[in-house]
Design a protein around this ligand. Structure first.
Ligand SMILES: [Fe+2]
Length: 495
């Protein structure tokens, strides 16, 4: 995320960015002294799951289709109070912070597609209508769309009061991988308005065979960890809550068999030694290897790079901030954020050229905090997207394009989700972990391709706290159709 450099005083006092500060001492307690939604979530999730479990449905090759209706779901209207009720037999209105959850069992992994029947929301501002989740995987993010682009002066500006188009009542859910076991499918309100009335969610197994991946890994970016505090950017950066959320996410990934995690930069909020030490303690407290990457927030001080190497040495295993590693049949080339800096550009370019030259056979993924390529244009709900991929970044894109074994680039920084395929090369940009939509990607590596899906932090209370409802700024969760899941080949087409 672009930002003015912080002064030492701002960082020490967690005063945040550019006058946007709206800080509280802890995320566990709200401004009213009551437990926060994130603190209430574990108990509420248990209650939702217990209630949903009573009506568990099976999806299998023997019964390959399923229609979920609200009578078989468990519903909560409010993440602040946490009451759970049974669904109703007919249409269920989903409140802004409402969650309607169903339990589904599958004996073997299958690819599933679906249709969500959901009436129009009561207001038609462009943006998110509802989340559709399988556990914490985002399998749908239907939008109110508009023909007119409604770009604002700044990406942090609230959504304007313009009306979008009346949306379709039937929303296709693209195929997603449903692993074996018990899962919880949830339709959730978008926080700033009701989702409309839920009618049904139908699921059907596709013919596609499920293969066992060679390995799985995750890209998590823009964690902006800090000891305490939160601050407003596009939504609410929950830096003080990020360490615990990151630890919980990494533990959950490890327990499902994910092999390693790549960070996309902005590991810390203010690049203090204390924040690097905090991140180090979080990463030590869980079993997954995590590979580091410096973002602009990690280099605010002259001593930042030395501090990062000192305190996060396990996460820069070659002892350098530009480095390569191999995992799961892939080679990763990780870049310090400063390759676009005129003072260091030439040396960095030479390092990258040499790194790409060293191995021209292994499928290679380049990781950099900044986007080598933004597409600009408008998002799928009409928001005019910034193109921040200029300003000296073209030279990196040229180098990467010229290396035929580079199959993808991964980045963070912009805090919105974006996927672009150009010249057979896939550019994947994660939204932020620290602020809404609190998302990250999980990748499955196969002999000929890599598949990916987008997930959110599992704590829906934290997701709620990360969203600034009064701004109604919800375009960054998915900026194009099809960007919540997909795949890229391990051989560049035409190369
Ligand atoms: Fe960031």
């Amino acid at each position: 995320m672009p930002a003015m450099p912080l002064t030492r005083r701002q960082i020490l006092t967690h005063a945040g960015l550019g006058g946007f500060a709206a800080l509280y001492s802890a995320s566990r307690v709200g401004a009213d002294g009551e437990p926060s939604p994130s603190a209430l979530w574990p108990g509420l999730e248990r209650k939702l799951h217990d209630a949903a479990d009573r009506h568990t449905r099976e999806l299998s090759r023997r019964s390959p289709e399923l229609r979920l209706e609200s009578a078989r779901g468990a519903y909560t209207a409010d993440l602040h109070r946490g009451g759970v009720e049974r669904g109703e037999t007919t249409r269920r209105g989903i409140a802004p912070d409402g969650l309607l959850t169903f339990a589904v069992n599958t004996p073997a992994p299958v690819y599933v597609r679906g249709t969500l029947a959901l009436s129009s929301p009561p207001d038609l501002r462009p943006g998110l209508r509802a989340y559709v989740l399988c556990d914490s995987t985002l399998i749908g993010a239907p939008m109110v769309r508009t023909q007119a682009s409604w770009g604002t002066a700044k990406v942090t500006d609230p959504a304007p009061s313009v009306l979008g188009n009346e949306p379709e009542d039937r929303i296709p859910i693209e195929p997603f991988l449903l692993p074996a076991g018990r899962h919880y499918l949830t339709v959730a309100g978008p926080h700033f308005r009701s989702a409309g009335a839920f009618q049904s969610l139908t699921l059907s197994i596709t013919d596609r065979a499920v293969e066992t991946p060679l390995c799985r890994f995750a890209l998590i970016t823009d964690t902006h960890v800090q000891r305490v505090g939160q601050s407003e950017w596009m939504n609410i950066k929950m830096g003080g809550a990020a360490p615990a959320a990151l630890r919980d996410t990494l533990r959950a990934l490890a327990s499902e068999g994910v092999s390693f995690v790549q960070h996309g930069g902005d590991m810390t909020e203010g690049a203090t030694r204390d924040e690097f030490a905090l991140l180090s303690s979080v990463l030590r407290d869980q079993p997954l290897p995590v590979y580091g990457c410096l973002g602009n927030h990690d280099v605010y001080h002259a001593e930042s790079r030395a501090d990062a190497l000192d305190l996060l040495s396990r996460h820069f295993p070659s002892g350098a901030l530009d480095y390569t590693y191999r995992h799961g049949g892939l080679r990763f080339v990780v870049l310090d954020e400063n390759i676009s800096n005129p003072k260091t550009r030439d040396a960095k370019r030479r390092w990258l050229e040499a790194a790409l030259q060293q191995d021209r056979k292994t499928p290679t993924i380049v990781v950099w905090h900044y986007a080598p390529l933004n597409r600009g244009g408008v998002s799928n709900c009409g928001f005019r997207l910034e193109d921040w991929s200029k300003a000296g970044r073209e030279s990196l894109l040229d180098l990467v394009r010229a290396a035929p074994h580079v199959v993808a680039t991964l980045n963070g920084h912009d805090h919105w989700d974006e996927v672009n395929v150009r010249d057979g090369l896939t550019h994947l940009q994660n939204a932020a972990f620290v602020e809404w939509p609190n998302s990250y990607r999980v990748f499955r590596v196969y002999p000929d391709r890599v598949e990916w899906e987008v997930r959110q932090v599992a704590n829906r209370g934290l997701v709620r706290q990360s969203f600034a409802a009064r701004k109604a700024l919800s375009w960054m969760i998915a900026t194009a159709d099809g960007d919540l899941s997909g795949s890229f080949p391990l051989q560049r087409p035409g190369v």
